[in-house]
Design a protein around this ligand. Structure first.
Ligand code: SF4
Ligand code: SF4
Length: 368
């Protein structure tokens, strides 16, 4: 928990009590508690952008999407856990769903703290005003990878950065006029060789706007690492989708070659970066050399989190979404969370300590 959250917690103790509870519980003997503290929800894998580093538009695996009433049942069930888990929506672009605001509003109706990741293109003033007036969102994360030119270039959309800054202005305006303290606004910045040189000015812009920045590293999967992972998954019978798993990841080698992830990194830019990044300079170098970040402990995610895919599949692993512990159309969330398949995943991870792809997964450096 950072200092900004702590100080908000002091000023708004009731609102931030669940966040504080979740942070404290994540430090308790979490393997035995088995309470979901965060549930990732992917309402759609469709996206209105096609950033070249992202495989979502190449995947046809999750073309089916849960309906509003199915989300209602899920949120009602999640509201029976203590503390109420946070629900974190990502995608694809969540707002491509015409009923997205209703889905978010339904989660709030069941008192679940709500966060959403968006590229911001589909938001408009009326939607934003409504969500602020109703206090639907606790946090909103805009995907911003750099200053205007770099951000638009990486995301392949001219005018995207300006649109996001405009959205930030609208959110601030309505927070003030409705006297609301939420949503907290974040830039979600993916670090790669392309934006190391603009992290300082991006942080300065974020400071000026009163926005916090959440950094992750561009995730890329070297072929050998992927093969070792698939071998381990099949050894323990942990791959469950009848899908061409190889196809479901974009061609990593070609992407790396085209974008110079290994070869075009300006290490001086990294040394000059004043921003506090999740990994040290040495570990960042190691990450971009293709070996991933050093693993200091076993990932806690499968004991504290789950992810709901668009078709209702629930997976315990953010990095390997092709393992299905169950589907919400067949079973309740609680049955899946405490069920045999979810537990098998936890048991194998405990035994192996880590999986081959863990070093390139944001969950490996996300918990401090
Ligand atoms: S905006 Fe996000 S989900 Fe959409 S293509 Fe880009 S990285 Fe992928
Ligand atoms: S760190 Fe490993 S176990 Fe944890 S979510 Fe990522 S891939 Fe899965």
């Amino acid at each position: 928990m950072d200092m900004a959250t702590v100080s908000k917690g002091i000023r708004h103790p009731v609102r931030y009590l669940p966040s504080i509870q979740r942070v404290l519980m994540a430090r308790l003997p979490w393997r035995w508690l088995r309470t979901p503290l965060e549930v990732g929800i992917v309402p759609t894998r469709r996206c209105n952008l096609s950033c070249e580093m992202c495989p979502v538009n190449q995947q046809s695996l999750f073309s089916e999407e849960l309906k509003l009433d199915e989300y209602g049942r899920l949120f009602r069930e999640l509201s029976t856990f203590r503390p109420n888990p946070k629900v974190l929506f990502w995608g694809g672009e969540p707002f491509l769903r015409k009923d997205m605001v209703e889905i978010l509003s339904l989660a709030k109706k069941y008192h679940l703290p709500v966060s959403v990741y968006t590229n911001g293109l589909l938001l408009n003033e009326k939607m934003i005003e409504g969500m602020i007036a109703e206090e639907i969102l606790n946090d909103i994360y805009f995907s911003v990878d750099g200053t205007e030119e770099v951000c638009d270039q990486i995301r392949g959309k001219k005018g995207l950065y300006k649109k996001i800054i405009e959205n930030v202005g609208i959110i601030c305006k309505y927070k003030e006029s409705y006297e609301k303290s939420i949503p907290d606004i974040f830039f979600a910045c993916t670090i790669s060789s392309r934006n190391l040189g603009v992290l300082n000015p991006l942080a300065e812009s974020a400071n000026r706007l009163g926005v916090r920045t959440h950094y992750i590293y561009l995730s890329f999967l070297p072929e050998k690492m992927w093969q070792r992972h698939l071998n381990m998954m099949s050894k323990y019978d942990l791959e469950d989708l009848n899908a061409d798993l190889q196809h479901s990841h974009h061609n990593p080698e070609k992407f790396l070659e085209n974008n110079g992830i290994f070869t075009k990194i300006d290490w001086e830019q990294l040394e000059e970066c004043k921003v506090k990044l999740p990994l040290s300079v040495e570990d960042t170098k190691r990450y971009f050399s293709g070996s991933g970040c050093p693993l200091r402990r076993t990932c806690r995610s499968p004991w504290l989190e789950a992810t709901v895919m668009p078709n209702g599949d629930i997976t315990p692993c953010n990095g390997f979404i092709y393992y299905r512990a169950g589907n919400l159309r067949d079973k309740s969330f609680r049955d899946i969370w405490f069920g045999e398949k979810f537990n098998r995943f936890r048991t194998v991870l405990s035994k192996e300590k880590s999986f081959p792809i863990c070093p390139i997964c944001c969950k490996a450096y996300g918990y401090k």
